[in-house]
Design a protein around this ligand. Structure first.
Ligand code: B1M
Length: 211
């Protein structure tokens, strides 16, 4: 449908105002919020995600597109909540204790949101207990941890241990990422997966939740 293609295009260009106008216009044409979300906003962010993965665009463009998508999402949110279609699953995400690097984590969170997941972003420098508390409170399907320092990535292991101690580990998938983190580290600490970049984190999340 023409209007959705246009919307996806404007998300890619990062034009928040145009996205807002197109979302309103689509709603006035009786399109459902779900149709607009997936056919327009998510479609646009998926294209951004692919381009980012292929180094065709860079962080500033991703952030601008994510902002445009969020503007559209804000309009749709109440309608989606009503229809109970907003979430493909709930992801609790944060940068681990002692680590203030949040740019990569923010991109991962935005792309996950763009892909239709309900994302609870705990921010940066997140204490171990807070991860555990929010996995329980939010009944998270996935918990995502980011670390950029070799000195902080070790707390990922402790978070997994604490999830196990709290009896929550069986019910939540753990994904990790950040510059010093590797596939073999993920295996070593028994995380469910590692992603080298934000687009791969979305693919990994979908795979772990069988989507
Ligand atoms: Co700092 N810093 N920094 N820093 N910083 C690094 C990480 C460093 C590699 C620079 C260097 O020395 N070459 C080095 C770490 C060395 C190490 O431990 N191996 C370092 C250091 C040492 C420090 C300080 C200790 C410096 C000091 O004070 N002496 C200090 C620590 C502060 C703290 O955290 N307690 C510090 C501070 C800072 C700033 C505050 C100034 C700033 C952060 C601002 C912010 O985030 N709001 C900063 C920055 C910007 C960097 C560099 C330059 C860039 C990081 C970044 O944002 N990259 C960084 C050097 C570098 O990485 N080349 C560096 C862009 C971002 C999109 O990539 O975060 O890797 P990234 O995220 C990617 C993937 O990793 C992946 O997807 C993202 C998108 O593709 N990913 C995930 C990330 N999280 C994921 C989670 C997932 C899946 C994928 O699943 C959940």
């Amino acid at each position: 449908m023409r209007i959705l293609e246009e919307m996806a295009d404007e998300v890619q260009k990062g034009n928040s105002d145009s996205v807002e106008v197109l979302v309103e216009k689509a709603l006035s044409q009786d399109m459902s919020a779900e149709e607009i979300l997936h056919g327009g906003l998510v479609e646009g962010m998926n294209a951004v995600s692919e381009k980012f993965k292929n180094n065709e665009i860079f962080i500033p463009e991703v952030l601008i597109s994510a902002k445009a998508m969020s503007r559209g999402l804000e309009i749709l949110k109440p309608l989606l909540a009503e229809a109970n279609v907003i979430s493909k699953g709930k992801v609790v995400i944060g940068t681990v204790k002692g680590d203030l690097h949040d740019i990569g984590k923010n991109i991962v969170a935005m792309l996950l949101q763009g892909a239709g997941f309900d994302v609870v972003d705990l921010g940066a420098d997140v204490p171990i207990e807070k991860f555990v508390e929010f996995v329980r409170k939010e009944r998270a399907d996935v918990v995502g941890m980011s670390a950029l320092l070799t000195t902080t990535m070790i707390s990922m292991k402790e978070i997994i241990e604490e999830l196990r101690n709290a009896g929550l580990r069986e019910n939540v998938k753990v994904i990790i990422g950040g510059a010093p983190v590797t596939e073999s580290y993920a295996a070593q600490i028994q995380a469910d997966g590692y992603a080298p970049d934000a687009a791969s984190a979305v693919d990994l999340t979908k795979r772990l939740l069988n989507q």
